[in-house]
Design a protein around this ligand. Structure first.
Ligand SMILES: [Zn+2]
Ligand SMILES: [Zn+2]
Length: 484
């Protein structure tokens, strides 16, 4: 195991501030020659409209070195998605590379930082995004200076990107966070630097080492609030290694781990629970776990006269799957746990408006229960009163006797086919179902079933009795009366 090495990542707010005045002009000049570069889509997990689209951009790779860039970026990507929580949510991402050739090979090194290695010379290659060492007088702070050109390239080549990452062509160690994070491509720590920088840029995470007072700001894993009750990560306290620890450089600011236990402090370590939660929550802001749904007419669904309606979700699942699904028909749980589809017999709907709700929650242990993302869909299903009511109980081949009934009654009916199943259903005059019972196999011709008023829980009143077979549905009216 290597000793975790410290490294520095800076939000490049100085980059934005220092050149913002210049960039408006530059953008105007470049818009006339906006150039799109070859884009290589190499991890495709679904429609770009519902994925996190991650893009790697090359800098300091000449045309003949772009195949090396491809190897560097693919290796970074492999390492990223072997790392939790990106690993569990891999299918929530698409990844592409934009092959941007530079005129010359390498990364600028003006040698202006006090900590520059003596052995590393001054070099000034002409590169597309002008990525440089020594940013902010720190040698390893590697920053692509031409964010204006990154904007232009992204707009022309991958306008639907969610997160871009610059890979700079040098074997020297370095990287930075910010809007466009960067890492060097050929160093043995490149993968780890890349994942750490992505933590900054993608999930707005702070370093869990002291990077200086200019970076002290409220973030998911950095706070000035040390109160164990009101601290933003209080849920995680006492779970694993999470606490409220002062930074080594400031007693006024606090972090969830110390001693090099989180990737935001030290290379080669996992993200701590607080950081992992922030990453998963960010993923959920960009991707809807409900990828498709059927039917799609949520407000104007009309139930057929009989039969069933099937409702179906197509879910995008983490691996392992942590999604839970709950269905509610008129507020009552329906279907089996976590079912992605439910079948609703029309006879289970009330006459009038019904609501069917599907609730999908990512119940991952990586997110505290109160923050677990929940998606809710609701269909309104209208059922009209049965129109094929046979008012005369003896009509339509169905007869009920005695009628009015007191204690028990029999239903005699015709089936025009041999049917594997038959169902008897009793509804009140408002269409509310009171009783249903499977009758088993039905023969062609006359069938008969005896029913008990008590078993059917029928108070005095008027009811509709329906018999449904595979080929026939017959309904008759029945009265229940009691001797007084
Ligand atoms: Zn240097
Ligand atoms: Zn952390």
């Amino acid at each position: 195991m290597n000793t975790p090495s410290r490294f520095s990542l800076f939000l490049a707010h100085c980059v934005a501030g220092c050149i913002s005045a210049l960039s408006a002009t530059i953008l105007l000049l470049q818009s006339a020659s906006a150039q799109s570069f070859p884009t290589e889509n190499f991890m495709n997990n679904g429609p770009r409209s519902n994925r996190v689209n991650l893009v790697y951009l090359s800098d300091g790779y000449t045309s003949s070195e772009l195949s090396t860039f491809s190897v560097h970026a693919r290796d970074m990507n492999t390492a990223l998605f072997a790392t939790s929580p990106f690993k569990e949510y891999r299918t929530f991402f698409n990844t592409s590379l934009v092959h941007v050739p530079s005129a010359q090979s390498g990364v600028l090194h003006p040698k202006t930082a006090p900590d520059c290695p003596a052995t590393m010379p001054v070099i000034r290659p002409t590169t597309y995004f002008e990525t440089t060492f020594d940013y902010g007088n720190i040698h390893r702070l590697v920053v692509p200076r031409r964010t204006d050109k990154i904007n232009t390239v992204l707009a022309a080549s991958v306008p639907d990107y969610d997160q871009a990452f610059v890979v700079a062509n040098t074997t020297e160690y370095g990287g930075s966070g910010g809007t466009y994070p960067a890492a060097t491509g050929g160093n043995t720590s490149s993968f780890e630097v890349m994942i750490h920088e992505l933590g900054h840029s993608f999930a707005y995470l702070a370093d869990e080492y002291w990077a200086g007072p200019q970076y002290a700001i409220e973030k998911p894993n950095m706070t000035a609030n040390a109160n164990t009750t009101t601290n933003k990560w209080s849920y995680w306290l006492g779970r694993g290694n999470i606490g409220i620890f002062p930074y080594s450089g400031s007693n006024a600011w606090f972090r969830p781990t110390q001693g090099g236990q989180c990737k935001m402090e030290a290379l080669g370590r996992p993200f701590c629970s607080v950081c992992a939660e922030a990453i998963v929550l960010k993923i959920h802001t960009l991707v809807d776990v409900i990828q498709a749904v059927s039917p799609t007419n949520f407000n104007a669904l009309t139930a057929p006269a009989s039969g069933t309606i099937v409702f179906r979700l197509t879910l995008l699942k983490p691996d392992p799957n942590t999604l839970t699904v709950r269905w509610l028909l008129n507020g009552t749980p329906w279907g089996s746990a976590n079912a992605e589809s439910v079948t609703i017999p029309v006879q289970n709907l009330v006459v009038g408006a019904n609501s069917l709700t599907a609730e999908v929650v990512d119940a991952t242990a990586m997110i505290r229960p109160a923050n677990q993302p929940k998606r809710t869909l609701t269909w309104t299903i209208n059922r009209t009163a049965p129109t094929s009511v046979v008012a005369d109980a003896s009509a339509g081949g169905l007869s009920i006797f005695p009628n009015p009934a007191e204690a028990s009654f029999a239903v005699q009916y015709e089936s025009s086919c041999a049917s594997a199943n038959g169902v008897v259903e009793i509804v009140d005059m408002a269409g509310k179902q009171l009783f249903t019972k499977a009758l088993g196999a039905q023969r062609v011709g006359q069938n008969r079933v005896a029913l008990d008023i008590v078993e059917a829980h029928l108070p005095e009143g008027a009811y509709l009795v329906s018999i449904t077979t595979d080929c026939t549905r017959q309904t008759g009216k029945m009265l229940v009366s009691r001797k007084r």
